[in-house]
Write a protein that binds this ligand. Structure first.
Ligand code: CIR
Length: 259
């Protein structure tokens, strides 16, 4: 297993008003979003992950995307500073859960004018972390994060994010030097040393997958990506993500994963 614990937050009814900067496919259906979220938790649980589910927060439509207000490692955690005003308070609201699991470890925070969202943070092997400089994560946020990571022997490399919301909307790391890439990251010089698994045209959404170490969780309905993963020796577990994708949410954004 690559992680044994996960924190998720049940979508609130207000999820229908989540930020939609990219998808433009209409509003999510709340009941269906709840079902999809339930299946997500059930899949993680089936794969051996201990999932902690936090209460829905009606005042924060995007609060089910817990990956953004915190970044967690096995030895430390960082409360981030989400860029959008409607998500700012999520940093305070995720803190108690982080404090619970990191009671005997250090917890840091990104502060203004720095902004950083967890969707832009992609750890790979060898204590290396790629961080996307995006519409949500700025240079000041990355500088603060780099200093924190350095205390734990980790190196940060900055990658521009131009066409998608977060870095992990365009690429996710599957382990063993294998990197799923789509769109602007296909054959990108930033990732030239990786074994690139190139997502076929029209399946970009499915680049955002989670390798549990005990199977890869991927969005349902993307046969090209499923084939790519299977050909590379991964067992896949599909989850319907139709409602979260309408508000630019991927699989990784729905959980914080750690040991
Ligand atoms: C937002 O725009 O902030 C949410 N609607 C989606 C957040 C997705 N988070 C992620 O990719 N880590």
């Amino acid at each position: 297993m690559l992680f044994t614990k996960a924190i998720v937050r049940t979508p609130a009814k207000s999820v229908i008003n989540g930020i939609d900067d990219y998808a433009n496919e209409g509003k999510p259906d709340y009941q269906l979003a709840l079902k999809e979220h339930h299946d997500y938790v059930a899949t993680l649980t089936k794969l051996g992950v201990a999932v902690t589910t936090l209460k829905p927060l009606e005042d924060y439509p995007d609060s089910c995307f817990v990956e953004d207000p915190a970044v967690v490692f096995d030895d430390f955690a960082v409360i981030t500073n989400p860029a959008r005003s409607t998500r700012q308070k999520e940093r305070e609201l995720i803190r108690p859960a982080i404090e619970h699991f990191y009671a005997d470890k250090q917890i840091f925070a990104i502060t203004s004018p720095g902004t950083l969202e967890g969707g832009d943070v992609m750890p790979v092997d060898n204590d290396l972390i790629y961080v996307g400089r995006s519409a949500r994560t700025n240079r000041a946020g990355i500088d603060q994060f780099t200093k924190i990571a350095a205390k734990f022997g980790k190196t940060v490399k900055m990658v521009p994010v131009k066409q998608v919301l977060h870095l992990k909307t365009g690429t996710t790391y599957m382990g063993n030097n294998k990197l799923l890439v789509s769109g602007e990251y296909i054959d990108s010089p930033y990732f030239k040393d990786f074994d690139q698994l190139r997502v076929p045209a029209g399946e970009d959404y499915a680049v955002n997958c989670i390798n549990t170490g005990n199977g890869v969780i991927m969005p349902a309905g993307f046969p090209g990506v499923k084939g790519l993963l299977t050909d590379n020796g991964f067992t896949t577990h599909e989850i319907n993500m139709s409602e979260f994708s309408k508000i630019d949410g991927g699989l990784t954004c729905l959980s914080l994963r750690f040991n």
